[in-house]
Design a protein around this ligand. Structure first.
Ligand code: ARG
Length: 459
């Protein structure tokens, strides 16, 4: 048991207490951030004359050698240390002796852990952002390639009006684009450096907090030391933003699962992204989509846990906050994993365009357009609605689509119909007529695609 705080104690910590209290099993993840922060701290201490240049050099060399040895596996992070901070400091003292004992001057584990967690989270936000960007690139490609692939658009999971696959993918593009902008906002708001806040009330040493903030690429130092060591808002924001990413992925998964059923057959998931059944040889299951949908609950759970952990904490630091790590690490790993897998599945998925178009026709998705045709020929909309209702009833009875009715059949229900009705209710016309901004018509979609291309190039 290697502890930093034995002096005041006359008895050994109970083994169960030690294990309950220790965080090394999970905070070892940010050894790199802990070392990076320590290097910035001693660089500042030397510049302020609190350490000599020689001590600074020794400490930095020692810290760098620890980093290298952890990375190449010669130095193992073991459970004999309470946390990653103790591990780094103890190993530093082992390696360089007395100078190592000066590393923690003007610092507390409270501002240290606040810094490490911020550095770690900041790196992860950038990774989440680049995974979201990859997803957007795949979606944009699908938008470009499927401008004339017609499919039913749904409301209440009932076929409603025809859209294109391009337009459907475009809806997800907008969602993941907003997710990216949320990541950006969080990064900007959290990017202030807590180092130098001490345990809660700053320190008596003449620390240059602006300098350490700059060394660690923050926009500046935080402005209240009590808040600095007990602020976990940014983690709650990130968990919330990741929950939204997962909610989007889960909706998309649900659609893929439906589209992949025998009844729909809109898509075929690549063999590399599906699994079989141990008993039913015919099965090819959409497990990846199901797991992504399933894991959504886990990320929501982390958000609820974190909000609950924080709600009763008096200022400033309380050990409860140690709970942030496992929750946030797991939620980040889960979200990143789901994004990467879903993107891979989407990239390799085959879309059955003939089935999609057939389905749109047989779902009377062009019924609104048939009514609009009548309106354009002078029939009041309410009457047109009634006439098309009778057409639909007739077709359901005969098991055909509107497009399959003969001219006589049309005329028998309303003499207003002429030969041009077939063109007016073709999927192509139905979609092409919808060209307001954001609509599925090709011209409208092309404008959006151009704007989104520029957005991706600029980011
Ligand atoms: N493991 C602790 C955490 O994650 C580090 C800070 C410990 N500070 C303290 N005063 N016990 O929050």
């Amino acid at each position: 048991m290697a502890q930093l705080w034995g002096g005041r104690f006359t008895k050994e910590t109970d083994k169960l207490v030690y294990d309950f209290n220790a965080s090394i099993s999970f905070d070892q993840r940010f050894y790199e951030q802990d070392i990076r922060g320590s290097i910035a701290h001693v660089t500042m201490l030397a510049r302020q004359g609190i350490l000599t240049d020689e001590e600074k050099e020794q400490i930095i060399k020692g810290l760098e050698s620890i980093r290298t040895d952890v990375e190449n596996g010669t130095l193992k992070i073991t459970e004999e240390y309470e946390d990653i901070h103790s591990f780094v400091e103890a190993n530093l003292i082992d390696r360089i002796g007395d100078a190592g004992k000066k590393l923690h001057t003007g610092r507390s584990r409270n501002d240290q852990v606040a810094l490490d967690m911020k550095l770690y989270t900041r790196d992860e936000i950038l990774e989440l952002d680049s995974l979201l960007k990859e997803m957007l690139e795949v979606l944009l490609k699908l938008m470009k390639e499927n401008l004339e692939v017609y499919m039913p658009g749904f409301t209440h999971l009932q076929k409603a009006q025809p859209i294109t696959l391009s337009h459907h993918m475009g809806a997800y593009f907008e969602m993941f684009k907003r997710d990216r902008s949320r990541m950006k906002d969080i990064y900007k708001r959290m990017n202030l450096c807590p180092l130098g806040s001490g345990a809660l009330a700053g320190t008596t040493y003449p620390l240059d907090r602006e300098y350490t903030a700059e060394l660690l690429e923050f926009d500046g130092p935080t402005l209240n030391s009590m808040d600095s060591v007990s602020d976990r808002d940014y983690l709650i924001e990130l968990l919330s933003a990741m929950s939204t990413v997962m909610m989007h992925l889960s909706r998309f998964s649900e659609e893929v699962i439906i589209w992949n059923t025998n009844e729909y057959k809109f898509v075929e998931i690549d063999d590399a992204y599906s699994t079989g059944s141990s008993i039913m040889p015919q099965k090819k299951n959409p497990d990846i989509a199901e797991l992504v949908r399933g894991k959504t609950g886990r990320v929501y759970g982390a958000l609820m846990s974190m909000l609950t952990t924080m709600k009763g904490l008096p200022l400033a630091y309380n050990k409860d906050m140690q709970e942030d790590k496992e929750l946030v690490f797991d939620a980040i790993d889960t979200t990143k994993g789901c994004l990467a897998l879903f993107t891979g599945m989407l990239k390799t998925m085959k879309f059955n365009s003939a089935r999609m178009e057939e389905s749109a026709k047989h779902g009377f998705t062009n019924a609104t357009d048939a009514a609009d045709y009548l309106v354009n020929h002078g029939v009041p909309f309410r009457d047109a609605h009634g006439i098309v209702g009778r057409l639909v009833l007739y077709c359901i009875d005969k098991g055909i689509a509107l497009d399959n009715m003969s001219m006589e059949e049309f005329k028998a229900i309303s003499p207003v119909f002429e030969d041009d009705i077939y063109d007016a209710i073709s999927m192509k016309t139905c979609v092409e007529m919808r060209n307001t901004i954001g609509a599925p018509g090709k011209a409208a979609m092309e404008k959006v695609i151009k704007a989104e291309e520029e957005y991706l190039a600029a980011e």
